[in-house]
Design a protein around this ligand. Structure first.
Ligand SMILES: [Zn+2]
Ligand SMILES: [Zn+2]
Length: 304
């Protein structure tokens, strides 16, 4: 779509109150009409006319014509939202173009990955949910957040939602899918020997989306936490890692219970060990940080 038309033309189409009202009206009408499992309803011209404050049918017809192809699809049964229409109208309805309300600073559980202190505090910094250590004054994590995410929750539920989003995004990233735009992601493992992180993990997985240019970085140990072998290993020990925030993993790296190392080069291979008590799960990764094999190990402190 944007390959052939200037992007400014696409956005210029929306610089009109009636057209924004039409998109909103389509979403509202679909919401009112839809039965569970029926899929997105297609709306007749007359249904849209009922919901939009427009002088006459020829004006509505003109605006519908302008929106069709970019924001609306038209079939014999009527109008429905296109992909761009869906994205834009959900963005408008959710108010995600506003600034998020303020939050924090609130103390949160977990230890600082740099100094090991239990002195973490969460707050919003622009569009990011950010956690800083009040002991060493370093930022320990930052996650993008939406205004609707903040507006519809109390403090505890907001922190939970950040954990959930992180876990969901990490699962997609690990499978090579950009959580932002859905495009394919490629991953590389980068050694960061001068990293301020503890020596237990000096590798970072960096995944870049060639389409929307979002970049995702994660310590190698954290990149496998949501692998089914890790989820099951922890679940068997009473821990639901999918309900934990990234900052709650820091103590494992800080204390050296979670480690990574490079085991081969050309091509590179890596090994991550996540220890819990006397047991451990060992994950073998290829050069693109894909887990190729896993095994559980029983033994004293997981030292082997
Ligand atoms: Zn600290
Ligand atoms: Zn993307």
């Amino acid at each position: 779509m944007t390959k052939n038309r200037p992007v400014t033309d696409i956005f210029r189409l929306l610089a009109d109150d009636t057209r924004v009202d039409i998109l909103r009206a389509v979403a509202v009408s679909q919401y009112e009409l839809e039965q569970v499992g029926s899929g997105a309803a297609e709306l007749a011209f007359s249904e849209i006319y009922e919901h939009v404050d427009v002088e006459n049918t020829s004006k509505l017809s003109y605006h519908l014509g302008e929106l069709t192809g970019t924001y609306l699809r038209k079939s014999d049964d009527g109008y429905s939202l296109s992909h761009a229409g869906e994205r834009i109208v959900r963005f408008i309805l959710s108010g995600n173009y506003e600034q998020p309300e303020s939050f924090g600073p609130e103390p949160v559980d977990g230890v600082c990955v740099f100094c090991g202190e239990e002195a973490l505090e969460a707050k919003l910094s622009h569009q990011f949910f950010r956690i800083d250590c009040t002991a060493c004054e370093q930022q320990v994590t930052g996650q993008p957040i939406t205004p609707a995410q903040v507006r519809t929750r109390d403090d505890d539920s907001l922190v939970q939602s950040v954990k959930l989003r992180t876990a969901e995004d990490a699962r997609q990233i690990r499978q090579g899918m950009c959580p932002e735009c859905g495009a394919h992601l490629s991953a590389d493992v980068v050694a960061v020997p001068e990293s301020p992180l503890p020596d237990a993990d000096s590798f970072v997985v960096t995944s870049t989306c060639e389409e929307c240019l979002r970049e995702y970085n994660s310590p190698l140990t954290y990149s496998v936490v949501y692998h089914p072998a890790s989820i099951a290993f922890h679940w068997d020990r009473g821990i639901d890692v999918t309900a934990r925030g990234i900052w709650e993993f820091h103590e494992h790296v800080y204390e050296g219970h979670w480690t990574s190392e490079q085991t081969a080069s050309d091509p590179e291979e890596y090994e991550v060990v996540l220890r819990h008590g006397d047991d451990a799960v060992r994950l073998y990764l290829d050069s693109a940080a894909t887990v190729v094999e896993t095994e559980r190990v029983r033994g004293a402190s997981g030292e082997f």
